[in-house]
Design a binder for this molecule. Structure first.
Ligand SMILES: [Zn+2]
Length: 273
């Protein structure tokens, strides 16, 4: 079996989960493009992970707001920026930065473990600290668009959505020399208009599979347990490097990386122009 096909098959045990609140937001309203299942089975964590507080208790389905029925299973199977990934690739992502306190610490930990990640930066933060976004790119990590000021795009008209994407893209391009390939909408709030505007801007909507909810400050053990409970080939794990005190995220990251190493899962950068 070819490399990519073998890896895609491995990823088929997962679910692409959208509509979960990220960054402390609320769920977007359902539209006709989405179906709202009564309950969705999520890959159950190991009993040990569940005992440590993994978000899906073994055997008990989670209720999730929306599952998009027409996307491939495993977000990385269609992540742009790389034609192929190693078998066992996973995507660690950090939203809302860059931040002068937390982003350098996360970059240092990633470097120590020879791991890569993708940062979804907010344009106005990039403009304030372009050297941090430049450092993310220079380290070999991906840099994606998380809009200019972090609004819920579904509340804006198409013109304002476009300017949110354009301004952040220009800031990232100015900092790194490359326009971002991907857009992660704040709060994971998307609707058909957001999808259309993103496509017009040639940015792929990049959501995630695993929400560790680190912005709720659940404790280091919970963040690690949630990340590792959802880690599987092709999974994209969402964390934050800004927007509040991220000391728990920083403390959890080495433990997450060691857990991934133990499972032979490889953290890779994507959306890298
Ligand atoms: Zn965010």
């Amino acid at each position: 079996m070819r490399y990519a096909a073998r890896w895609a098959a491995a990823a088929s045990t997962g679910l692409v989960i959208t509509g979960l609140a990220a960054c402390g937001g609320t769920h977007p309203a359902a539209t006709s493009a989405w179906r709202a299942p009564a309950a969705v089975e999520v890959a159950a964590p190991t009993p040990a992970a569940a005992a440590r507080g993994g978000r899906a208790a073994a055997g008990r389905p989670l209720r999730l707001p929306y599952v998009r029925p027409d996307v491939p299973l495993g977000t990385l199977t269609y992540a742009p920026g790389h034609a192929r990934y190693p078998v066992g690739a996973v995507g660690l992502t950090f939203d809302d930065g860059p931040d002068p306190t937390w982003t350098p610490q996360i970059l240092a930990i990633l470097a120590r473990y020879h791991a890569h990640a993708t940062f979804f930066d907010i344009g106005e933060n990039v403009t304030r600290d372009p050297a941090l976004t430049r450092a993310e790119y220079a380290a070999g990590d991906g840099v994606g668009n998380h809009t200019e000021t972090h609004p819920d795009l579904t509340t804006l008209d198409a013109a304002l959505e476009g300017s949110q994407i354009d301004e952040a893209s220009a800031a990232i391009r100015s900092a790194t020399g490359h326009a971002p390939l991907c857009l992660r909408p704040p709060y994971d709030a998307i609707d058909p208009t957001v999808e259309e505007v993103a496509a017009q801007h040639h940015e792929t909507l990049m959501l995630y599979d695993v929400d560790v909810r680190d912005w709720t400050l659940p404790g280091v053990r919970a963040i690690v347990a949630r990340a590792l409970a959802g880690a599987r080939p092709g999974a994209v794990i969402d964390m934050h490097d800004a927007g509040g005190n991220r000391s728990e995220t920083v403390a959890a990251l080495p433990l997450i990386l060691r857990g991934l190493q133990a499972r032979h899962l490889v953290p890779v950068a994507f959306c890298r122009a």
